[in-house]
Design a protein around this ligand. Structure first.
Ligand SMILES: [Zn+2]
Length: 369
């Protein structure tokens, strides 16, 4: 997964536009919360599903075996070009079965589709649909041809996650509907999957030690995992992430910490009835929201937001963990410089006087370049 840099809100205008504070694990990931996550596939409080993306790499296999020995089910969202480079690693990971515990004899892993090369033309930010629906179809079907042998038997599901979780060009359900129309075979897929907890490719982890990164993960896991189940995202191709997961002597790693604190590791398909068909993305939307954006100058927009009954409104863009703007009351106006065009997704949250969230919605707007 490539990190989406905060490319907006760099020029504070009418309202103070706070710079994100590092290690802000008190902030919800607004965009992710609104799409397929642990609670939406039926995971119960204290249940966690571990997903490892962007592999496989040669180092993926020893980690996979250790996780299997610890009785941790893992879903691997793999990239086609890496499967092609490491077919034996892929096969061995795919065939891992638990040898101990209640799950002995059952598959320890699920192999899933995470695009062909995790790239897009002319951009550092990965995105499945930015180069068009046909291109997205090619990305998914090329990888499908490689993983098919590992997922057709024994009712294993076909899972999909977009690179970086990004669709961008259009709203996710719209884009996936088009994909289903041009390729009926894709209807066997479930997803797109998002996640509740992540961070190993964000600055908080890139700049800090494996232990600090683990603390960041544990902060999110403790805060969110007691009220609903969690999909956890990490990238096993990175050495620091592998250390964060399993520790290194002095540092126990987050798997041991989660086990000690009573979190239960489950497979991503533990509750098949709750899994959405491909494109049927559940939207965690509620409350009454009105959201308008008007261009007032080059790369400058006036936003007009209303949330019925709110005492405070927050508006996020894409994956920014801090609001793009926020303010008291049920109506909020703000002028913002947005320097990057294209499809941008705004998430609006409303809170009542007791700080309880009473509204959430996402709106996508195609801004000119
Ligand atoms: Zn990725």
């Amino acid at each position: 997964m490539k990190l989406i840099l905060p490319s907006v809100c760099l020029v504070p205008l009418l309202l103070a536009c706070k710079q994100p504070t590092p290690n802000s694990d008190e902030q919800a990931l607004a965009f992710e919360d609104s799409l397929t996550s642990g609670s939406q596939i039926g995971l119960q409080p204290m249940e966690v599903a571990l997903t490892l993306d962007d592999g496989p790499a040669p180092e993926s296999l020893p980690l996979a075996k250790k996780l299997r020995d610890l009785e941790i089910p893992v879903s691997y969202f793999m990239i086609g070009v890496n499967i092609q480079s490491h077919p034996q690693v892929t096969r061995e990971i795919a065939e891992l079965k638990f040898t101990t515990g209640a799950m002995a004899g059952k598959p320890a892993t699920i192999i899933a589709n995470h695009s062909w090369d995790h790239k897009r033309k002319n951009s550092e930010i990965a995105c499945i649909a930015c180069d068009g629906t046909e291109y997205a179809n090619m990305e998914i079907t090329k990888t499908d041809a490689l993983i098919r042998g590992y997922v057709t038997q024994a009712n294993k599901p076909f899972f999909f996650r977009a690179p970086g979780g990004n669709f961008f060009r259009r709203d996710v359900p719209e884009e996936v509907k088009s994909l289903n129309e041009i390729n009926k075979d894709l209807s066997k897929y479930i997803g797109p999957f998002f996640w509740d907890v992540s961070g190993d490719v964000e600055p908080v982890c890139l700049k800090e030690s494996a232990e600090k990164c683990g603390d960041y993960y544990m902060g999110q896991i403790r805060r969110k995992g007691r009220s609903h189940g969690l999909i956890i995202l990490a990238h096993d191709i990175h050495e620091k992430t592998r250390t964060m997961l399993l520790g290194d002597g002095k540092y126990p790693g987050i798997i041991a910490q989660m086990k000690r604190e009573g979190f239960k590791f489950v497979h991503l398909d533990k509750y098949p009835a709750a899994l959405s068909k491909f494109g049927n993305v559940p939207r965690n939307e509620f409350g009454e929201i009105s959201f308008k954006a008007n261009r007032v100058a080059d790369k400058t927009y006036n936003f007009d937001v209303k949330v019925k009954g709110a005492s405070k409104i927050e508006v996020f863009i894409d994956r920014l963990q801090q609001p793009l703007f926020s303010g008291a009351g049920n109506t909020l106006q703000s002028k913002q410089a947005i320097t990057t065009g294209g499809q941008r997704i705004f998430v609006i949250k409303g809170f009542d006087a007791s700080k309880k969230q009473i509204a959430q919605g996402s709106r996508s707007i195609d801004l000119p370049y």
